[in-house]
Design a protein around this ligand. Structure first.
Ligand SMILES: [Zn+2]
Length: 355
C-alpha cells in the first residue's frame, strides 16, 4: 500500500470475492470481481437483490468485457450465487468495454433491459459501428497533430480500430435512460443517480442512504477509485474539449456525501474515506498541472513532449496512448484557463507555451 492508500480505510481488508463467487457487503448487495485481460486486471461488479414488475431477481451493475473468460465467470456466478433467480435489469455506470461488454448477453438471456445515461448509450452505439469518424485513422491524425511521431504507436492505434467492437460486440437496441438526480428503487431501497463528466460522456454513480443500512453506499463506478487515478483523456471527436475540468468539477458533487459513506469502486477495494480520496485526486492533478506549466515556461511543448514529463516510467503501447490522452487533457485545461497559448508549428503540430 502507498501512503495515499493508507489514509483510506478498507473495511474488508485484503479479502476479495473468490473467482466466480461473491462477497456479501450488505443485505441484498454482493461484490463480484472479474478478471480483465489488461494491465488493469480486474473489474468489480455489483449484484443487488431486486424486484421489478412483480418478479424477484437481481439487478446487475456493470458487466465486464465480452470474452469467453468473462462469460465463463458469469456462468459460475449465475449457477452459484443467484439462487436460481433471474437478472431483472442491467445497469451500466458508463459505456467503457469493461462495464458494458456483456450487457447484450445478459439482456438477451434474461430479457433484462439496459439502464444507462443517454450520452453513454449513444456513444456506445457509435463506437460499436467502427465508423471512420471514431478511432482508427481519425485517432492517428489527432495524435500526430499533438506531436506523436512514434510509428509503432501510430500503427498500433490504426490496428486498434475495432478494439471497442471486439470487447463490446453488440449494444442492446433499446435502453432506459438514467439522468442526474433521478431516484431508482432497487431492492426496496432508494438510490440517487449522480452524473459525472470527463471520464466518459455522462457517467452515472449511484448513491443510497437508506436508514436500514449500516452506512450510506456509493457505487462510484470509475469516478472515484482508491488506488489509481481515473483516466481523463482528450478524444479526437472533441479536440478542444476540457475533460479534466469537467472531471474536477464532477468530483465536487460527491463532497456533500457523508464521511462514513462506503465507496464501491469499479477497480480496487471498497473503502471509506471519500473526502480524503477526492482531496488526493485534486492534489494529484494540481501537481501534474504545475509540472506541465513549468515545462511550457521553458519552451513550447506539444502533448507528446509532455508524456515523459507527467509519466516518468516505461510505458507500453497501450499505456502510451492513455498517457498521451492525459497529457492533452492537462494541456487543454491550462489552455482554457488562459495560462497557456496554443499555436501550430510549421509541421501542423500543436505547441503550447506560457501565455
Ligand atoms: Zn471507464
Amino acid at each position: 500500500m502507498n501512503t495515499l492508500e493508507e489514509a483510506l480505510h478498507y473495511p474488508w481488508g485484503a479479502q476479495l470475492p473468490a473467482a466466480g463467487g461473491a462477497l456479501q457487503l450488505a443485505p441484498g448487495l454482493a461484490w463480484l470481481r472479474m478478471e480483465l485481460p489488461f494491465a488493469l486486471n480486474h473489474i468489480n461488479l455489483w449484484l443487488l437483490r431486486d424486484e421489478m414488475d412483480g418478479r424477484t431477481g437481481w439487478s446487475v451493475i456493470d458487466t465486464c468485457v465480452d470474452s469467453p473468460q468473462s462469460r465463463a465467470q458469469w456462468e459460475q456466478v449465475i449457477a452459484s450465487q443467484m439462487q436460481g433467480l433471474p437478472v431483472l435489469r442491467v445497469l451500466a455506470t458508463h459505456m467503457h468495454p469493461d462495464h458494458l461488454g456483456l450487457a447484450h448477453w445478459l439482456g438477451e438471456r434474461f430479457s433484462a433491459p439496459l439502464w444507462i445515461s443517454m450520452s453513454d448509450y449513444l456513444m456506445a452505439r457509435l463506437a460499436v459501428q467502427q465508423q471512420d469518424s471514431f478511432g482508427g485513422q481519425a485517432t492517428v491524425d489527432f495524435f500526430a497533430r499533438h506531436g506523436m511521431d512514434n510509428r509503432q504507436v501510430l500503427k498500433a492505434v490504426l490496428d486498434r480500430k475495432d478494439h471497442y467492437a471486439q470487447l463490446v460486440p453488440k449494444v442492446p437496441s433499446q435502453y432506459r435512460r438514467l439522468q442526474d438526480g433521478q431516484m431508482l428503487s432497487l431492492g426496496g431501497r432508494q438510490w440517487r443517480c449522480i452524473s459525472g463528466f470527463g471520464h466518459s460522456p455522462e457517467h452515472m454513480a449511484l448513491y443510497c442512504e437508506d436508514p436500514g443500512l449500516a452506512q450510506p453506499l456509493l457505487i462510484s463506478g470509475d469516478m472515484v477509485l482508491p488506488r489509481i487515478s481515473t483516466n481523463i483523456s482528450l478524444y479526437e471527436t472533441e479536440p478542444d474539449g476540457n475533460p479534466l475540468q469537467l472531471f474536477l468539477d464532477s468530483l465536487e458533487k460527491f463532497l456533500p456525501l457523508p464521511e462514513n459513506t462506503l465507496v464501491l469502486p469499479s477497480h480496487g477495494r471498497p473503502f471509506v474515506g471519500l473526502h480524503e480520496r477526492i482531496k488526493q485526486l485534486r492534489d494529484h492533478h494540481q501537481e501534474r498541472l504545475e509540472e506541465v506549466m513549468q515545462a511550457c515556461r521553458q519552451r513550447a511543448q506539444c502533448a507528446a513532449d509532455i508524456v515523459p514529463v507527467m509519466f516518468r516510467r516505461e510505458l507500453d503501447l497501450h499505456q502510451t496512448t492513455f498517457a498521451l490522452g492525459e497529457s492533452m487533457a492537462h494541456l487543454n485545461l491550462l489552455w482554457h484557463t488562459g495560462a497557456l497559448r496554443r499555436e501550430a508549428d510549421a509541421h501542423g503540430v500543436l505547441r503550447f507555451s506560457a501565455a
